[in-house]
Design a protein around this ligand. Structure first.
Ligand code: FUB
Length: 454
């Protein structure tokens, strides 16, 4: 396709680099819905290109369905704190998109020769009655991952479908994968804007059940075609392997089981960062009753010596080291006692307010792994509500490990910050356990250590 006139997305939004908005773990982004994450490492930094679910207002898209009008990009160096770089592409800036459909579905981005190519699906306008309707895949090009992106005037010719994914092999050949019932692959020309030859349907994959969201990686000479597939009721993440980016592929197994929250879709990417593999995926953590408002998550992924992939169990804690001096959202737990503790939304009407831990039993505990301590911590602050007062202990490394602090909470039915002095905590990484020392109901939000006495 000739890009006769390229459009520059001039919205001022992309110029706004928001400050760090998230210092907790799963979900990664805590002030908006995000889905379909494509993780990419550019210049030693992790970027994630998700789609952006919104709550549909009257007249936006199809009721009860996905509603997506633009894309943000986020980046992180520690996988814990994420920066929102704002909107990079919006449906109103794409000449070929039917903007009544709010159908900016799962995207991907890749770097080639210093340019960043952002691929996105959307429903096409039907100006020409002869033209094929449905989803096309567009491209926007930038000099930096965070934009500004120049949007190609037309979608890629002869590509009909959703969920683009790009893989560049060692020999420099780029491939475009996408889905539309089946999974498809085509070579991309050097310009990254056109396919070479006819698209191929990828063979030898399960015939029954929807397949979508292809994502291809290569590791140790093995090409992994990974994709969501409905084997039973809802999507789970599966993979096949082959010797060539275009296959043939042989089915191998499951990367992630169906969502414990019953989110019908899952959509993922696998990415290696600082010698560790990670799986980006999504769930409906902030929207338990409507699974078209999703949130992206990140967990570590491990390969077996024979190249097979170990199943990834979704966690609340996610990955990354939390700093002791940050507000540690301990409700994103990695371990929890069997009784006397639960985790709930702070305000069910405002889910982005996040979660709280509720204790109602003696010796109930909640644990959070990998907190980085510098020397000389002097106090710990806790945000809690304790209508009848309460006593908590913070222990290190085990529920019955060394006592870091004993906190007496005053009677208070409102959220209140209370502090306590801490025992000497050896510098380094510790797991944290907060334990209830009486029966009273105590709710708490976060804890934060400080080098100050108060
Ligand atoms: O986000 C809309 C669609 O849901 C994606 O394109 C699919 O992969 C599924 O996640």
């Amino acid at each position: 396709m000739k890009s006769k006139s390229l459009r520059l997305l001039t919205t001022s939004l992309f110029l706004i680099t928001f400050s760090v908005i998230s210092s907790a773990q799963n979900p990664l982004i805590r002030n908006q819905f995000t889905a379909d994450p494509s993780g990419r490492v550019f210049d030693g930094k992790m970027f994630v290109f998700p789609s952006h679910d919104i709550v549909a207002r009257e007249g936006q898209g199809r009721p009860g369905w996905f509603c997506m009008e633009d894309y943000h990009v986020f980046s992180s160096e520690n996988l814990t704190d994420w920066t929102d770089h704002g909107v990079i592409v919006s449906q109103t800036s794409v000449p070929w998109v039917d903007t009544s459909t709010y159908s900016m579905w799962a995207p991907d981005c890749i770097e080639r020769n210093g340019k960043y190519y952002f691929y996105f699906p959307a429903q096409k306008k039907s100006t020409d009655p002869q033209a094929r309707r449905g989803f096309g895949i567009g491209v926007a090009v930038a000099d930096r991952p965070e934009g500004p992106y120049e949007i190609q005037e037309k979608p890629i010719e002869n590509v009909h479908g959703i969920d683009p994914n790009i893989f560049i092999d060692h020999d420099g050949q780029a491939y475009l994968y996408w889905s539309m019932g089946n999974l498809f692959v085509a070579k991309l020309k050097e310009n990254m804007l056109e396919i070479e030859g006819e698209p191929l349907v990828i063979a030898n994959l399960p015939e029954k059940g929807l397949k979508e969201g292809p994502y291809v990686i290569e590791r140790n000479g093995i090409y992994y075609l990974t994709f969501p597939h409905v084997e039973n009721r809802i999507e789970r993440l599966e993979y096949a392997v082959g010797d060539h980016p275009m296959g043939p592929f042989t089915m191998k197994g499951v990367i992630m089981d169906e969502s414990p929250m019953n989110c019908w879709t899952n959509h993922h990417s696998l990415v290696e960062y600082n010698d560790q593999w990670y799986l980006f995926y999504h769930q409906n953590a902030y929207s338990p009753n409507f699974d078209k408002n999703r949130s992206i998550c990140l967990d570590s992924l491990f390969f077996n010596p024979d190249g097979s992939i170990q199943k990834v169990i979704p966690t609340h804690r996610g990955v990354g080291l939390s700093k002791a001096e940050s507000q540690i959202q301990i409700d994103r737990f990695s371990m929890i006692s069997d009784q006397g503790v639960k985790v709930e939304f702070k305000d069910t009407l405002s889910p982005f307010e996040g979660w709280k831990t509720v204790f109602s039993g003696h010796n109930a505990w909640i644990g959070y792994h990998s907190v980085g301590f510098e020397k000389n911590m002097k106090s710990v602050h806790i945000r809690a509500k304790a209508p009848a007062g309460g006593n908590l202990e913070i222990r290190l490394d085990r529920p019955d490990g060394p006592l870091a602090a004993a906190i007496k909470l005053p009677e208070n039915s409102d959220w209140t910050n209370t502090f306590s002095k801490v025992a000497k905590i050896p510098a380094g990484v510790h797991h944290l356990y907060v334990c209830s020392k009486d029966q009273q109901v105590v709710e708490f939000d976060w804890i934060q250590f400080s080098k100050n006495k108060k």
